[in-house]
Design a binder for this molecule. Structure first.
Ligand code: NAP
Length: 288
């Protein structure tokens, strides 16, 4: 008999993981939230007769618990579950930065604890169900927790990453740069397009082929081979013209251009950019 699964949290990741677990044959039994209506809506989304409960009831219904609440609430929710009375079983959380220690109160009750962080962006539950298939999962924890996390990753056709606990913040900073900061860069690019007279919707449409081709090149050939543009060519004057024009743009976009440019400059050097234009570009980007 396979242990029943309870999900703590009823947001995007909780619902998407819950639906996919059920689809892949895992016995999802219940889902909990502070808000009974949200728990009910999440249970309905997952389907399969999953019960809506509150956090204090989970351990009565399930021996395996998946905790998908905001990072700042992981320890509090694990305290709630522990205080309600739990003995043994397995608990995993989905936070990227924290390790199994965030579930300390459950460990103290004999629960095997670990993490399963999907290296994916989930903007809503429905999109998440598709996006979780085949993504990478950072797993950690003690024996039974790791085995369950790896079983889930395998059933989701995903890759397993083993990140030591002290390196998880670095791993997660990388994930944030690849996703959230990419969103920030595109938002800033749209802002500059608008300043140049291209409408908001028109700017995204116009940027779309450039964005797609850039991502395809990065994924096919790696970032170094995908690099083009004025810094890679050593066009100092073009960079200087950008910076003069950017003096009218919001300050954070100017900082972004300069900081991202310095990273691109390192890549251009690795690609063989000569020292002389590199030094001039660096001086422009640093503003000295
Ligand atoms: N979204 C992503 O792209 C993504 C990707 C990978 C990993 N993750 C991780 O997955 C976890 C959940 O993220 P999410 O995007 O699914 O969040 P979310 O959509 O905001 O959902 C969070 C859930 O936690 C509950 N909650 C909120 N504050 C709480 C509190 N103080 N105490 C107890 N419960 C609380 C909320 O329900 P109630 O308020 O009704 O209780 C809600 O159901 C996070 O650790 C996040 O780092 C997210």
């Amino acid at each position: 008999m396979i242990d029943a699964i309870g999900i703590a949290g009823a947001g995007r990741v909780a619902q998407a993981m819950g639906r996919l677990l059920l689809e892949r044959g895992f016995p999802v039994n219940c889902i909990a939230s502070r808000d009974p209506e949200q728990a009910f809506a999440a249970a309905t989304f997952i389907g399969g007769g999953v019960h809506a409960v509150d956090y204090s009831e989970i351990a009565r219904h399930a021996r395996r618990i998946l905790i998908a609440v905001p990072d700042s609430a992981v320890a509090d929710v694990s305290n709630l579950i522990a205080d309600a009375g739990i003995r043994g079983g397995i608990a995993l959380h989905t936070c990227g930065t924290q390790g199994p220690d965030a579930l300390r109160s459950l460990m103290d009750h004999g629960v095997s604890c670990g993490t399963i962080h999907p290296l994916q962006t989930i903007v809503n539950a429905k999109q998440g169900v598709g996006a979780l298939r085949g993504c990478a999962f950072a797993v950690d924890g003690d024996g039974p927790a790791i085995r369950w996390a790896e079983e889930i990753a395998a059933k989701f056709e995903g890759e397993v990453l083993r990140i030591p606990q002290h390196l998880r913040p670095l791993y997660h900073a990388g994930a944030v740069m690849a996703s959230n900061y990419l969103v920030g860069l595109v938002g800033a690019a749209q802002h500059l397009m608008e300043m140049a007279g291209v409408g908001r919707n028109g700017s995204l449409r116009a940027l779309a082929p450039l964005l797609r081709t850039t991502l395809e090149n990065i994924l096919k050939q790696g970032p170094l081979a995908a690099l083009t543009g004025p810094i890679e060519r050593g066009d100092v004057e073009t960079v200087a013209a950008h910076l003069r024009a950017l003096s009218n743009a919001p300050e954070q976009i100017q900082h972004l251009y300069r900081a991202a440019g310095l990273e691109v400059l390192q890549m251009a050097l690795a690609r063989g950019l000569a020292a002389s234009p590199a030094t001039s570009i660096e001086r422009e980007l640093r503003g000295n």
